[in-house]
Ligand binder design. Sequence first.
Ligand SMILES: [Zn+2]
Length: 502
Amino acid sequence: MELLQFSALLSLLNLLLYHFPFFKFVYENINMGGMARIMLAACLFILVVVVNFFAFYLLIFLLRRVGQFLIGVFFALNGAAVYFILTYKIIIDDTMMANLFNTQYSEASAFFNVWMVVSILFLGVLPAAYVMAQRVNYGSWKRFGCTMGISLGVILVSIGCNTKNFLWVGEHDTELGGLVLPWSYVVNTCRMENAKARESQQEILLPDAKITNDEPSVMVLVIGESARRDHFSLYGYERCTNPLLSAQERLHTYLANSCNTYTMACTKSILEYKEENDLYEILPNYLYRNGVDVYWRTTNWGQPPVHIAHFQEKEYVRANCTCGDAQYDEALVCGLRELIESSDSSKVLVVLHTSTSHGPKYTEKYPKRFEVFTPVSDKVESVSRSNDQLINAYDNTIVYTDYLLNRVIEQLKEIEGRHTAMLYLSDHGESLGENDLFMHGVPMSIAPKEQIEIPFLLWTSDDWRTLKPVKEATQHHVFHTVMDFLSVESPVFDPEMDLFEP
Ligand SMILES: [Zn+2]
């Protein structure tokens, strides 16, 4: 058989045998009507068929019999996967893969039954045997180039016609990704391995630092999530999204851009001493190792590994919140003053890693009483008509951010006998429908300004330190500014990147 025909047949088989759960999910959860519904369903159908065709063609052309063998193995595993998806209603994500690899034989054998054997035989083993046994005429490089080019074109066009609907895909990415076979278990096994590698990644230690005085000082570093600068009234937004912070004195605003458009890369940039591909000791680890009392509270994820005594994750932070709004980011700022006052160190750093403006479900990120702009919606069916309701919901997350930052400042003001400061910046921005783009993560080379222009605020309790008269900052200013405020002297300290006067 010609490779073109064979790959088309494989893609069709893959669709018919293994994608019933995927399209069942799409049918049950697609919530928009009319043309958008048809467009999205058609796009997903085309993507499943063409992307698999593309991948199968590529694998077999480049690896020949090995490629065929590999796809045969995928089909056999697909047979098992589809059985478990239908029988146990599971979604194959990275945690599911981690569970699978940690399962003992005794636990696994509990799943064993006749239907499983029959399903795996007919849906997996038989198709796999056919794939492996087929003789294929691989064709020329020229034909390979044409086929790859055309299929890539079809993929890009169908994505291009559906950018608006990708808000829906973003909302259901775990389920959709978990039901696309064989890529759910292939990609999620890689993700799991990647996460493991990241966890155990060794950072390159920086030269030792020393604290140069006993003057008690406290820095609260708040790392925001998906907050864009032009939706802060502090930066001239026509809506009043910063009613509380606008009334604060000693609050300085800086113009800043993020170093990237996704959380993992941006939090690394915020915490490292300069832009590096390698992982150098990050700010909290470095300060902790050199004698600063460091706390990290998070409702988010994606930061490089943190090695400090007080690392408080979402579950812990929420369980210990006594403020009443524990399911929101209020939990991060609840009891902040008590936390700081309980420290007997003269130098304290508290990092709060928030998730307040993370999409696409902005309406779930703030308590109802912060719903200042209405009507709100983050459902695709309303967004396909206009973005206004989505923007209302997003702006409410900024109003809530304003409240949270103000609570940090008010608590710091109550602390006696210590110089305090709060530094707030976002990891990256967010698209809200400009050029039909939503959320973030567009490659840096073509990223729109909405995804990289971030708010960067610095508040100080008193005149202990003077700020330089600069208007612009970068994410790398954080490392050096925090170090200086906590009087930490180090060979890597760069006075150029410090917002305080020496
Ligand atoms: Zn982020």
